[in-house]
Design a protein around this ligand. Structure first.
Ligand code: GLU
Length: 553
């Protein structure tokens, strides 16, 4: 297949509007565009479509760029990303507050539509259309003539096939906004000019743009004629990708977070979020009535109720401890497959195998359990050092509670990571499951009501409590060095001497040091805690158990 009907080299682009965080669907679009360019020795461009002045923001631009860098989808032309290494050529530290507006690479810039507009680039082509009578001005806005003037429009989409729209269904549309829109080009006009002038051969984007494509085709055709340059203004190959849905059948969208918060607030019967949360009461009520999807209110409710919001944006997945390669692998499968039941692959594989003929038309369902299990598999495949490094990076970015803890240090950190790697499905999971390791000794709470705890401790007249007392006495004389290992051996000896299962001794010790019978292997756990913490926790637990049993007597 020639690269393009005009034999142009493949050029794809990702063209986000910086009106919020990068949605997982946007990431998939970027991934497909990246993979197609890489697999066809082409070029991948990042262009920022910020002509909607009211909704675009520099923070969102920077966030999108950071997310693409985190995913590892690097572009050949466009705004420069943040420095990821100390020794980068800009001399700044990693991830400085970088300035994508003033640092761009490539011969086709600038790569911000706001900057292109300032250069008068769109106005030039709008004038051509006005002069030729293809467009006209009304109420300050410029409109392209459609309908009978242009006739029926047909195009072929690489996924959705042949599409034809009759002239009578095609209305004139605005290509440059009036004064209240800053006299800026509309998305339709800017996207076509930029794609044409940047040599984009394949326009890959979400299927919500399929219905816009007749407008775009009309602009290409009109400018091809007026400029007498049928190559630059040749229509690209359009590739629209299916939507990503929630298991319930709704489209996976930013609103899902507000929806989850609203539901939880209703169930918990939160009447009002306090003024202290900085939320206006009327806005809060409107939120509950689904009249807005305010992000601040969503976050305030989630915070108050300890609610985990569904991950929707790329940085939600980062924050939830998914590995970038896993996210990419999983989202590639939403709409595409390599055709041989293979489900696990990396970017290299994708760039070699990705093509449009295996992109399906049907919408795909986002299956969080599957993503989680992919993530667990990938975590298990990491080397011990790499896992310690990943989890360490995660702690530095997201978990101040662990940063100060002694376990987050040298050998202890490696020991901890090695012990938890096998069962971790996300990065924070082992942190959340083992907060007892970073708690103060007197911060462990004992609740003797749950069945496994009753069974291990207080049942049969406090049989487990008695065993814990024996352990306490036996631990007393042990050396502090290598405590976990010797303590574990000691428990083995006690069990052997008593002719009972070692677990009968071990479970009460786990409960004493962690408050629950689920911990990493006991020797590791006690090693990380050390002798004095272990003894102190056992003493507190014995006292609490006695008090509890007396109160029950
Ligand atoms: N700025 C548009 C969007 O974010 C780009 C659409 C396109 O790729 O043509 O949806």
């Amino acid at each position: 297949m020639p690269a393009d009907t005009n034999h142009r080299p493949v050029v794809t682009r990702f063209a986000p509007s910086p009106t919020g965080a990068l949605h997982i669907g946007g990431a998939r679009t970027a991934l497909f565009a990246w993979a197609y360019a890489r697999g066809h020795s082409g070029k991948f461009i990042l262009r920022i479509e910020d002509t909607d002045l009211k909704r675009s923001s520099p923070e969102s631009t920077r966030g999108i760029i950071r997310d693409l860098v985190w995913l590892g989808l690097m572009w050949d032309e466009g705004p420069k990303g943040p420095c990821m290494k100390q020794a980068c050529d800009c001399g700044k530290g990693p991830d400085e507050d970088f300035d994508p507006y003033n640092r761009q690479v490539g011969d086709n810039g600038p790569y911000f539509q706001s900057q292109r507009a300032e250069q008068g680039l769109y106005d030039h082509y709008i004038q051509l259309l006005l002069d030729a009578g293809e467009a006209y001005e009304e109420d300050g806005a410029v409109r392209l003539k459609m309908g009978g003037h242009r006739g029926d429009i047909a195009f072929d989409d690489a996924v959705y096939g042949h599409i034809e729209v009759k002239a009578e269904d095609l209305e004139d549309f605005v290509i440059r906004k009036g004064d209240d829109g800053g006299r800026l080009p509309t998305f339709h006009f800017a996207v076509v000019c930029d794609d044409a002038l940047m040599g984009v051969t394949h326009v890959i984007r979400g299927q919500e743009h399929l219905s816009n494509t007749t407008k775009h085709a009309a602009i290409y055709d009109a400018l091809a004629k007026l400029t007498n340059d049928a190559v630059t203004w040749a229509r690209p190959t359009w590739v629209h990708t299916p939507s990503i849905m929630n298991p319930g059948g709704s489209k996976m969208s930013k609103r899902d977070k507000a929806k989850a918060a609203r539901q939880a607030a209703k169930i918990a019967k939160i009447a009002k979020i306090a003024k202290a949360d900085g939320i206006d009461a009327a806005r809060f009520d409107a939120f509950i009535d689904a009249d807005n999807n305010d992000n601040d209110i969503t976050l305030a409710i989630a915070h108050k109720l300890g609610l985990k919001l569904p991950e929707i944006d790329v940085n939600d997945f980062l924050e939830s401890g998914y590995l970038p390669g896993v996210c990419l692998n999983y989202i590639a499968l939403l709409g595409w497959n390599p055709g041989d039941n293979q489900e696990k692959f990396d970017l290299d594989f994708l760039s070699k195998h990705f093509d449009f003929d295996r992109v399906g038309k049907a919408n795909s369902t986002f299956d969080r359990d599957k993503l989680r299990s992919f993530n667990g598999d990938a975590i298990r495949e990491l080397s011990k050092d790499d896992f310690a490094c990943e989890l360490g990076g995660y702690v530095k970015n997201y978990r101040p509670d662990w940063q100060e803890a002694s376990v987050f240090n040298g050998d202890d950190w490696q020991t901890f990571c090695t012990a938890v790697q096998e069962r971790a499905e996300t990065l924070p999971q082992p942190l959340d499951a083992n907060t007892f390791l970073i708690a103060e000794d007197d911060g462990i709470e004992y609740d003797f009501a749950p069945k496994p705890i009753r069974k291990a401790m207080t049942n049969s007249n406090g049989a487990g409590v008695k065993l814990l007392g024996e352990v306490r006495a036996a631990f007393d004389g042990l050396p502090e060095d290598n405590f976990g290992h010797t303590a574990h051996e000691k428990i083995n000896e006690l069990a052997e001497a008593a002719g009972i299962n070692m677990g009968k001794y071990a479970q009460p010790v786990r409960i004493a040091v962690a408050g629950s019978p689920v911990t990493p292997p006991l020797d590791v756990t006690l090693d990380l805690l050390g002798k004095s913490s272990t003894l102190e926790r056992i003493d507190r637990c014995l006292a609490a158990a006695k008090a509890h049993m007396e109160s029950q007597a």
